[in-house]
Design a protein. Structure first.
Length: 353
């Protein structure tokens, strides 16, 4: 799972690693900001600087427009729901430092370059320093990095020790700091942080799972599609699309809402589906394991209330918290069907009308 920058920086801070002072901005909560600030889009992808998702604001009159602007810029298809406002750090130099897993050595590896920042990809691959960061090799690694960065070796050793501890305790598979900022006062501050957590270890980090939406996979299939599909798991989602076609209807999309879908992620799926003008029915096929039927039910109820133009829903649920889901839905007069087949037959009736 890829963390958002502010989540990753919270973890760094908890581990005693220096990050800029910051405040979170959501659409309905804009805090008082000490200027100047850097306002940054919180999306789970890089390249925000180049896409216009990082704006330096120095005057009070520009705060609101910068915020509005960043909320409206999708970055690689991701629209932010949160922004991070950070104290503006004066940069002397931007360095690149990452920890990742070296599978063949079964160890953590450090990847570093003295020129970081948004153009880091332009560096020649062979110019990066790559060294193993085991407990034993840490002092040697610090010496090499000190030389590379032209920076105090013992300070680097302390930083590496903290980063390694953070990496291990978070079950990270990647921890990339780009830029690692060398400030005018010769301090090292983490300007950006990209962190990936091993999905198989997420059960050890329930505090993280709550905040990010799981990966969902939406593929638009047919502009003239009449039936939209929502399913969980790639296999079930594909089978649902096939079943729609087998019943003589045109599937508009493929959507795997992923394991552990939340109300928010399902609502997002509905908002994508209502963009399709030709859709006359939505077939929802959930076989819940990690996913919980009641979460899906809540999203369906919210979507029905919030989106009056939503086409008729044909819902088949099975698995975790099925009873709770059916109770919730029936309290809102939303019926469920007992099989996918029933959903498809009913959808076909609606489409024929
Ligand atoms: P990315 O483009 O998604 O990697 O976003 P970053 O958080 O790395 O920001 C992109 C660039 O914005 C950085 O490389 C910096 O040049 C600039 N930037 C970010 N924060 C600051 C800051 O506090 N001060 C200054 N001067 N520049 C910043
Ligand atoms: Mn960056």
């Amino acid at each position: 799972m890829r963390l958002l920058e502010y989540q990753a920086k919270d973890i760094l801070k908890d581990n005693g690693i220096r990050v800029p002072k910051s405040r979170l901005i959501t659409k309905n909560r804009i805090p008082d900001l000490d200027l100047p600030v850097v306002i940054k889009s919180q999306v789970p992808v890089g390249g925000r600087g180049k896409a216009g998702g990082v704006i330096v604001v120095e005057e009070t009159t520009r705060v609101a427009s910068a915020i509005t602007k960043i909320f409206a810029i999708p970055i690689k298809d991701h629209l932010p729901t949160t922004l991070l406002a950070e104290e503006l750090i004066t940069i002397k130099k931007e360095l690149y430092l990452a920890l990742l897993i070296d599978r063949s050595a079964r160890e953590i590896q450090v990847l570093a370059h003295p020129t970081g920042g948004i153009e880091v990809e332009k560096n020649t691959t062979s110019d990066f320093l790559r060294v193993t960061l085991s407990k034993d090799s840490l002092p040697t690694c610090a010496k090499r990095l000190g030389l590379l960065f032209g920076y105090n070796v013992s300070a680097i050793e302390t930083l590496l020790r903290k980063l390694r501890r953070t990496f291990v305790s978070s079950d990270a598979t990647l921890l990339e700091i780009n830029p690692l900022i060398l400030t005018l006062d010769d301090e090292l501050v983490c300007g950006d942080c990209k962190m990936e957590i091993d999905d198989a270890a997420l059960f050890r980090h329930p505090e993280l799972a709550d905040e990010t939406t799981p990966e969902s996979n939406f593929v638009k299939l047919d502009n003239k599609g009449t039936v939209a599909t929502i399913a969980n798991g790639a296999g079930l989602a594909m089978a649902t699309v096939d079943a729609v076609a087998d019943h003589g209807m045109r599937p508009a999309n493929f959507l795997d809402i992923g394991g552990g879908a939340t109300t928010a992620s399902v609502l997002e799926a509905f908002s994508k589906i209502i963009e399709f003008p030709g859709v006359k029915a939505i077939v929802i096929n959930i076989f819940a394991g990690i996913t919980r039927c009641d979460e899906i039910a809540k999203a369906i109820i919210e979507a029905r209330d919030a989106m009056p133009e939503l086409p008729p829903l044909f819902i088949r649920l099975a698995g975790t918290n099925f009873e709770e889901a059916v109770a919730l839905l029936s309290a809102h007069e939303i019926p469920t069907l007992s099989s996918l087949e029933d959903c498809l037959l009913a959808a076909r009736e609606v489409i024929r009308e």
